[in-house]
Design a protein around this ligand. Structure first.
Ligand SMILES: C[S@@+](CC[C@H](N)C(=O)[O-])C[C@H]1O[C@@H](n2cnc3c(N)ncnc32)[C@H](O)[C@@H]1O
Length: 323
């Protein structure tokens, strides 16, 4: 099988890259500004040349077949939009996001990969009435790429977490003449090859009270404005980077609805998922070992793009390259 090489920007702990590697991609170089993400990346990929630092300060990038760059888009997530207090704060966040997307274009121009992959939060498509998303698409087209995009639902690809993300796939125009990229057909769910995976499948074998591995802190008012507990036979709520917002472990009694924006905890078996359980629910390998505080571990794990997305997105490319 022909191996494709890749470089990875904003690589975090290497979630997307781990899935892409499972599909057959060989990583040469990766970069992130966060040293804890770097330590986690190295625990998954000890042989990849990982550079810790601001991408804006990197002057030259290796050539590779594939460029992966899930630039941060927290400013466009629905949660962040709810948190925006005023217009100035919102605009500042948008400018920062725009800036990092321009960095991605700079690397694209230098590395000229055959394929590139980007992940965005769902809110990115509608932010500023779609203007920002269209800016990105135009930037990629002007760089000589045909771009496809789709909103994907993680359980459809075997992840026990109801996470939705938008993915952009760029195919260099000389390759796109012979290759029309099609997103992989979902593999899991009713009527498909495999059933949806559940919380039980992912974390049923782990200790119920892993002392020191979960944030044992009061549940603040905002936390109790919605249901935070899914049952063992369901998919987890979305795993997030902020430890205090992480969903509850499925053990014990479910939460009950009181009134609009008010939910109640029941019984005494109520704790947040541990960072290791979050890692499982993100599809990360158990060998992941971030060196940092408990909150650092939650952050790098919650920031990850789940590997099943990486595998599903790279599979059509690997198939094309090997036909
Ligand atoms: C969505 S996370 C990436 C997830 C990762 N791609 C994965 O597959 O698991 C975005 C990452 O961008 C990094 N980042 C933010 N600003 C950066 C910068 N200026 N230079 C390099 N990395 C940056 C953050 O530290 C964070 O790890």
């Amino acid at each position: 099988m022909r191996k494709l090489t890749a470089i990875s920007l904003f690589s975090g702990c290497g979630g997307f890259d781990f899935g892409a590697a499972q599909a057959g991609i060989e990583f040469l170089w990766a970069n992130d500004i966060d040293p804890v993400a770097g330590s986690a990346y190295r625990s998954i990929f000890p042989d990849v040349d990982f550079h810790v630092g601001d991408v804006c300060d990197v002057r030259s990038f290796p050539k590779a077949d594939v460029l992966i760059g899930c630039y941060p888009c927290t400013g466009f997530s629905l949660g962040a939009r709810r948190r925006w207090k005023d217009r100035a704060e919102r605009d500042l966040t948008a400018i920062k996001g725009n800036f990092l997307y321009l960095e991605f274009l700079r690397v694209l121009a230098q590395s000229t990969p055959k394929y590139f992959f980007v992940e965005n939060v769902r809110g990115m498509i509608s932010a500023k009435q779609g203007w920002f998303f269209e800016q990105q698409l135009q930037g990629f087209r002007d760089s000589g790429y045909t771009v496809h995009h789709k909103l994907l639902y993680a359980p459809d690809y075997g992840l026990p977490q109801s996470r939705q993300r938008v993915f952009l796939v760029g195919i260099r125009n000389d390759i796109a003449r012979d290759f029309s990229y099609q997103f992989l057909t979902p593999t899991h769910g009713p009527g498909r090859a495999h059933p949806y995976q559940t919380l039980r499948d992912a974390i049923g074998d782990m200790p119920l009270w892993p002392t020191g591995e979960f944030l044992d802190q009061k549940f603040h008012g905002h936390y109790l404005t919605r249901n935070r507990k899914r049952g063992w036979d369901e998919q987890s709520f979305t795993i997030v980077a902020n430890a205090s917002h992480v969903p509850l472990h499925p053990q014990g009694s479910p939460m009950t609805f009181v009134e609009k924006d008010k939910w109640q905890l029941n019984g005494d078996a109520n704790r947040r998922l541990s960072w290791r359980e979050c890692a499982r629910l993100q599809g990360l390998p158990d060998r992941i070992a971030p060196s940092g505080s408990l909150l650092d571990c939650y952050r790098v794990v919650g920031n990850a793009v789940p590997p099943p997305f990486g595998k599903a997105l790279l599979t059509p490319v690997i198939r094309f390259e090997n036909t």
